[in-house]
Design a protein around this ligand. Structure first.
Ligand code: NAD
Ligand code: MG
Length: 362
């Protein structure tokens, strides 16, 4: 067992990923939390319990990171708010365990450039991307044919379009296989989450969009698949349990034991797959288009989606109004590439203004 302490900055400590990460930390004395951040929940009790000196509610995450000097940043913030921390870690070659997919989607080009300069590890925490990362490990890139991201299909997989008109926030928050924060849960119901993950995969694995497929797999047991050029396909299986990819990232490359149960093949398990329905769930296709257009279109997709999801959660718009709001914003913004973080922040703000404007006019 390694004796060196791994100093972890836990951003988004009070969330679904943050709390499960603490469960992993609790099981390993050599994992030490040195910083906590949240958006609005107080952290005094948590900081006292873990004897953490550096903690911050809201504010500039890079100041916290500068002060706490972590070896690993677990970015489990929700939304674009995580972008500064992602770029900070990648630029410095500090290991980044990334749950905050929005930052990589919005800042993809800047993030990859920073990652190359920094030369550190970028370990995906998103279950599908952790699965792909593990299937790819140790294999030459030219042997890879394509990847397949699995999607549960969310709570509305079998609802008609007419039914979707009137679904409630409560119904959207009742995810069939994963228990997660409200924003990603709504994204899973619209399939925007899989759209964000498509763009996330493009940047993480350097694959063109034609080589990334999405397939609906309701039980979420197959976390993703990599197809190789000889016809072999490698899949990563397990019960849906975020502690597995979190632990993998926090203890990489050791793959330590977790409390997750082993897969049981004796209980009549069947694995089903079907193509996604892009008519009922247009955000997946809108994300693909935004990704292919590149520049700041993925940033705008993310920004407009954040505005739309917040409006849905506030019951200002219905479920079926989320996608048109994003589509409208994408049609109105320019997608010129951002040269630096201030330009990206402006692109994000611009797309939010367009989306907010449409909300106000409705
Ligand atoms: P959550 O809503 O449960 O928690 C979000 C956390 O971020 C909270 O601690 C909140 O205080 C913090 N936060 C919000 N704004 C902040 C800000 N401005 N500065 C600092 N902290 C801020 O969300 P979650 O489900 O834990 O998801 C977190 C991220 O992980 C999201 O990007 C999500 O897409 C991704 N993710 C989550 C899961 C999951 O199972 N929950 C799976 C895959 C990916
Ligand atoms: Mg995922």
């Amino acid at each position: 067992m390694a004796t060196d302490l791994k100093r972890i900055a836990l951003l988004g400590a009070t969330g679904s990923i943050g709390r499960q990460a603490l469960e992993i930390v609790d099981g390993h004395p050599d994992l030490e939390v040195v910083a906590f951040a949240s958006g609005s929940q107080p952290l005094d009790e948590l900081a006292a319990a873990y004897d953490v000196e550096h903690f911050q509610v809201g504010g500039d995450l890079t100041e916290l990171l500068e002060a706490s000097e972590p070896d690993l940043v677990l970015n489990a913030v929700v939304g674009f708010a995580g972008v500064g921390a992602t770029l900070w870690a990648l630029e410095r070659g500090v290991t980044l365990a990334l749950a905050n997919k929005e930052s990589l989607v919005a800042a993809g080009d800047l993030a990859i450039a920073a990652w190359k300069r920094g030369g550190g590890l970028l370990l995906p925490v998103d279950s599908e991307h952790s699965a792909v990362f593990q299937c790819l490990e140790g294999r030459a890139r030219e042997t890879v044919d394509s990847i397949v991201l699995t999607a549960s299909g969310g709570p509305f997989r079998n609802r008609s379009r007419a039914d979707l008109e009137s679904v409630s926030v409560e119904e959207a928050l009742a995810h069939p296989t994963w228990s997660m924060g409200p924003k990603i849960t709504v994204d899973s119901a619209t399939l925007a989450n899989k759209g964000l993950e498509l763009i996330e995969a493009h940047y993480l694995f350097g694959l063109t969009y034609e080589r990334i497929e999405v397939v609906v797999h309701p039980s979420s047991v197959v976390h993703s698949v990599v197809r190789f050029r000889d016809g072999a396909a490698f899949a990563h299986l397990g019960y849906p349990d975020m502690r597995v990819p979190i632990s993998y990232a926090l203890t990489y490359p050791e793959r330590r034991a977790t409390a997750a149960p082993a897969l049981d093949f004796t209980a009549g398990m069947t694995l089903e797959f079907e193509p996604p329905d892009l008519e009922r769930f247009p955000l997946l296709e809108l994300a693909r288009e935004a990704g292919e257009r590149g520049g700041t279109y993925p940033c705008a997709f993310n920004a407009a989606n954040e505005v739309a999801v917040a409006a849905f959660l506030d019951e200002r718009i219905g479920f079926l109004e989320i996608a048109p709001l994003v589509e409208d914003a994408l049609a109105k913004v320019g997608g010129a590439p951002a040269r630096d973080l201030p330009e990206l922040v402006e692109a994000d703000a611009g797309a939010r203004r367009v989306a907010e404007g449409r909300l106000a006019a409705a």
